[in-house]
Design a protein around this ligand. Structure first.
Ligand code: NAP
Length: 297
């Protein structure tokens, strides 16, 4: 069984990005700049944004955080979006979800300039993904396919079963795997799927994004299949020093014995999400500065 080392692959991608940033700086060009908008005091969002700031620093990006109280209204937040769209120094930005109830998430997403939409949430980006055209792809599904590619796992002609159909993970992952670059045959399962176990047992590559800790046991997995565990949970565990442990949607110990390759949690798909966000920022920067970059690089 091969352990798919997302941490190592992510570290390789970060080194590639850092090298590109160095080349930009050597040519007296500004570093790429990622902004993050957080509304309210959600602890998980705060942790994610802090790790974005840390990783940006590591690769040489500029980062800025726009933090607002949970009482901000939609009109005020739209003004912020408008500012971020117009500010030429910001190459791209993300808006941490969920937003408070008084704000329409759809209205906010629709207001993002698709060229700065680093989470690939704007309908123009999702539509272009569906059409197989240039677009920004949400970081987690992008990270999952990048991890498969960089781990030399062939997708062409393989039966990929995805459990989960969310707009941010399952659906874009299905579109990516079925596109003409990856050429997989894709089945998407969800909470109303009948015979889930039977369908999963037919997968050459099983991608799990259910949001249920350790739901996928060995009897869902075909012998020698590849298992990509996208889930991420903190579960109570009195036997650990911290009183909790991290796990995915897959029961790692028993599934690992049956499959040919598997992502651990943590250290699998998670680290790839962050670097794919950074890759989106580099792409946005390169598109914005295409003419200058052509002249000098
Ligand atoms: P989500 O929006 O809650 O979607 C979960 C999907 O799983 C839904 O499509 C749901 O079906 C399906 N589902 C739920 N219970 C099921 C069951 N018993 N059988 C079959 N399908 C079932 O979650 P998400 O945002 O896509 O995230 C999924 C997981 O990935 C979570 O654990 C999350 O923490 C993790 N995640 C990790 C990263 C990362 O960076 N590693 C990033 C994002 C998310 P219905 O559509 O029918 O409800």
């Amino acid at each position: 069984m091969k352990l798919i080392d997302g941490k190592q692959v992510a570290s390789d991608v970060k080194a590639e990005i850092a090298l590109k940033v160095k080349q930009l700086l050597d040519h007296n060009l500004p570093a790429p700049h990622l902004a993050a908008v957080i509304v309210g005091e959600d602890g998980a969002s705060r942790t994610y944004v802090e790790s974005i700031e840390r990783t940006c620093k590591e690769v040489g990006y500029i980062s800025s955080v726009y933090q607002f109280s949970s009482t901000i209204d939609e009109a005020e937040l739209l003004k912020v979006i408008n500012f971020l769209n117009k500010d030429d120094e910001i190459d791209g930005y993300i808006i941490q979800l969920p937003l408070p109830k008084q704000i329409s998430t759809d209205n906010i997403i629709a207001a993002i300039d698709p060229k700065k939409d680093m989470d690939g949430m704007h309908p123009i980006n999702s539509g272009n993904l569906m059409l197989g055209k240039e677009c920004f792809v949400p970081a987690t599904p992008h990270g999952t396919v990048e991890l498969l590619k960089r781990s030399d796992i062939e997708t062409e002609g393989k039966h990929c079963v995805i459990i989960g159909r969310s707009n941010i993970v399952g659906k874009p992952l299905a579109l990516l795997l079925a596109d003409k670059e990856h050429n997989a045959t894709v089945t998407v399962c969800h909470s109303r799927t009948q015979n889930l176990k039977e369908i999963c047992s037919q997968a050459d590559i099983l991608c799990v994004a259910i949001g249920k800790p350790e739901m996928i046991t060995a009897d869902y997995v075909k012998k020698d299949a590849v298992v990509m565990d996208i889930g991420m949970h903190r579960v109570q565990d009195a036997s650990t020093e911290k009183g909790y442990r991290l796990c995915g949607d897959v029961k790692f110990d028993e599934v690992a014995k049956k499959c040919s390759a598997i992502t651990p949690v943590p250290g699998g798909v998670g680290p790839m999400t962050m670097v794919c966000l950074l890759l989106n920022v580099m792409t946005a920067y390169q598109r914005k500065n295409e003419k200058t970059l052509k002249k000098i690089m």
